[in-house]
Design a binder for this molecule. Structure first.
Ligand SMILES: Nc1ncnc2c1ncn2[C@@H]1O[C@H](COP(=O)(O)OP(=O)(O)O)[C@@H](O)[C@H]1O
Ligand SMILES: O=P(O)(O)OC[C@H]1O[C@](O)(COP(=O)(O)O)[C@@H](O)[C@@H]1O
Ligand SMILES: [Mg+2]
Length: 564
């Protein structure tokens, strides 16, 4: 079987070159062909693609969301039948002589009895599991897990852990499991906690973490390390990593955090440091691409039931009672959709992905009136990011951002409450509306039992990957733990597909109108098609490989978006 490790050609456009020089980009990443990755799945060779062999690089780069700077770090291997391995960076890519050691787990009393404990070097996880007879095999990610040989001696490891972005159930469990896993599996005893997010690298003292000091923290919500938005200064962060001799960096956070982790990873490589960077994706919104589901999501959906139940009780106990619950979900309505499907008391669910309108035939207000006349009560669940265009139109406010550059949302729950009250006042129809906003209560709780186990597995994947010299994000793809390139999880956002069966199931369970015009439906389908046909990477290797393997982006079966 033939395989090639692709590195992209330098772009000889003068303007681009000037920009790169000005930005002081890693010259190595573009000009030097790295040695073959140490664990390519089959006999592999490195192939430099010349500009001639792919004249359309710029077009392909523009069509995909991967910048040329990112492309220089992309590691692609191709095999038979359209097989593509989207591999992750490794220390040996730029430190070919780094020594390796036998994995201490082989002498560990608990793990040494496991048959086939170490991951086979050929094991990869397919992004697409539903296939047809003639399907190409498509994109694969490296299987997570312990490797036979590691790139760090136990005494040599100096690890640090940081949590960034908003809270999410399970953060403390991940911290605990990283500390205990490093200590118990790999005998590491130098583990530090960075306080208050990225800025803590350069503005706070590091905390010493031990299995004893983190023993009970999984029972608490929040993060014992503190978190923050903003404050990502790549150079200052890497200066500190270098000055303090840190060689494993565990970064827990959402899409913004993973982008930051990627910047750190690139700067580390640019400086030639022997440091692994492991990203553990965190987001209550479940909006991180590629992975099946983020930790804390199940806990959030479960906790949301309490708010929906209260809204239902309030609504049922009043004449024409409406219970309105706002749930988190800035750009993605997964919590609202799953909480609604789980509850069965909800009459209407509004999410950012599905536009709706208030007035006139088929509008939300008319539907509410109909529902109240039919059953005298109603429960509405709204994701915080839904209907933002409607509020912006009616309030004419200027757009504001948080310290990380995320758009600050207007309160859709409050706005809907006023609109609904005004409507029934004009109609002279008596009604009561109770607005419940449990958002911060939901994300501040500790994770439930299944999320706790999930956090353990993610932490262990991260540890095994870092010890083996990889730098990547960890996550479950089609139920299997995998190492995913940073750029993959940050270049798109996981969203509810309103053209999928899951959203149809929701509409059928609540019996709400879709509020979509034929134009909206066409647009949604077009977006899906566009996603499906977008080339996977600026590989420029072969169009048919690229196009066919990427058609799974739209249809990849994630457990929260997947079709059954
Ligand atoms: N494009 C980016 N490059 C580098 N750092 C980023 C980027 N976007 C966000 N960050 C940093 O990541 C951290 C968390 O980002 P934020 O968007 O607040 O939360 P989340 O990671 O949960 O999405 C912040 O410290 C922010 O400065
Ligand atoms: O008020 P904060 O702390 O900025 O957080 C609000 C945001 O955090 C979230 O829960 C999650 O956002 P992140 O995953 O980006 O941290 C969003 O749903 C919400 O809009
Ligand atoms: Mg985010």
């Amino acid at each position: 079987m033939e395989s090639s490790h692709i590195i992209l050609p330098p772009d000889d456009d003068e303007e681009e070159q000037r920009r790169r020089e000005e930005e002081d980009e890693d010259p190595w990443a573009r000009s030097v062909l790295p040695p073959a990755a140490p664990e390519l799945p089959f006999s592999a060779s490195c192939v430099r693609i010349s500009r001639d062999s792919y004249p359309n690089l710029r077009a392909l780069r523009n069509a995909s969301s991967v910048s040329l700077a990112d492309a220089a770090y992309v590691k692609i291997s191709e095999g038979d039948f359209g097989y593509v391995l989207d591999d992750v960076p490794h220390l040996a890519d730029y430190l070919p002589d780094a020594p390796t050691y036998p994995n201490p787990l082989q002498d560990h009393p608990a793990y040494s009895t496991v048959r086939q404990y170490f991951v086979n070097e050929d094991d990869n996880v397919p992004q697409k599991v539903v296939v047809q007879k003639n399907s190409r095999r498509g994109i694969h990610f490296r299987c997570a897990g312990p490797r036979q040989r590691v790139y760090f001696g136990s005494d040599e490891v100096k690890a640090c852990i940081v949590t960034c972005g908003g809270l999410c159930p399970g953060l403390n469990t991940v911290i605990r499991e990283l500390v205990c896993g490093l200590s118990h599996m790999y005998n590491v005893n130098k583990i530090y906690g960075i306080q208050n997010g990225y800025k803590g690298f350069y503005s706070s003292n590091y905390l010493t973490l031990t299995p004893k000091s983190v023993n009970d923290i999984h029972k608490r919500g929040g993060t014992i390390l503190g978190t923050s938005r903003g404050g990502h200064d790549t150079k200052k962060i890497v200066d500190n990593i270098q000055d303090r001799g840190i060689n494993q960096v565990y970064i827990i956070g959402g899409d913004g955090t993973q982008k930051g982790a990627y910047e750190i990873c690139k700067e580390i490589r640019k400086r030639g440091l022997k440091v692994s960077v492991a990203g553990i994706p965190k987001t209550i919104d479940n909006d991180i691409a590629i992975i099946d589901k983020s930790f804390g999501f199940d806990t959030a959906v479960e906790e949301a039931q309490r708010a929906i139940n209260s809204a239902h009780v309030e609504a049922c106990s009043a004449e024409n009672g409406i219970g309105l619950v706002k749930l988190m979900g800035r750009y993605s309505g997964f919590i609202a959709m799953y909480a609604t499907l789980a509850s069965r008391d909800v009459d209407c669910c509004l999410i950012p992905e599905s536009p709706f309108y208030m007035d006139g035939e088929g509008g939300l207000l008319q539907y509410i009136e109909k529902r109240l006349k039919e059953s005298k009560h109603m429960v509405i669940v709204v994701a915080e990011g839904a209907g933002q265009d409607l509020i912006a139109k009616s309030l004419a406010t200027s757009e504001q951002q948080d310290a990380s550059g995320n758009k600050l949302l207007l309160d859709i729950g409050l706005w809907l409450t006023h609109k609904i009250k005004d409507y029934f006042k004009i109609k002279k129809m008596e009604m009561t509306i109770k607005y419940i906003d449990p958002t911060y209560m939901i994300r501040a709780i500790p994770s439930n039992a299944s999320d706790n186990v999930y956090c353990t597995l993610l932490s262990h994947s991260a540890i095994h990957g870092a010890m083996a010299g990889y730098s990547c994000t960890v996550g479950i793809v089609n139920g299997r733990h995998a190492y995913i390139p940073f750029y993959r999880v940050t270049s798109t956002r996981n969203k509810v597909k309103i053209t999928d069966r899951m959203w149809a199931r929701l509409l059928s369970s609540t019996n709400q109108p879709s509020f979509l015009s034929p134009k909206d439906i066409d647009e949604a389908k077009e977006t899906d098609d566009r996603m499906a046909n977008r080339p996977p990477l600026p590989t420029g290797i072969s169009h048919h490989h690229a196009a066919s393997s990427f058609d799974q982006t739209a249809s990849s079966s994630s457990s929260t978006n997947g079709e059954t």
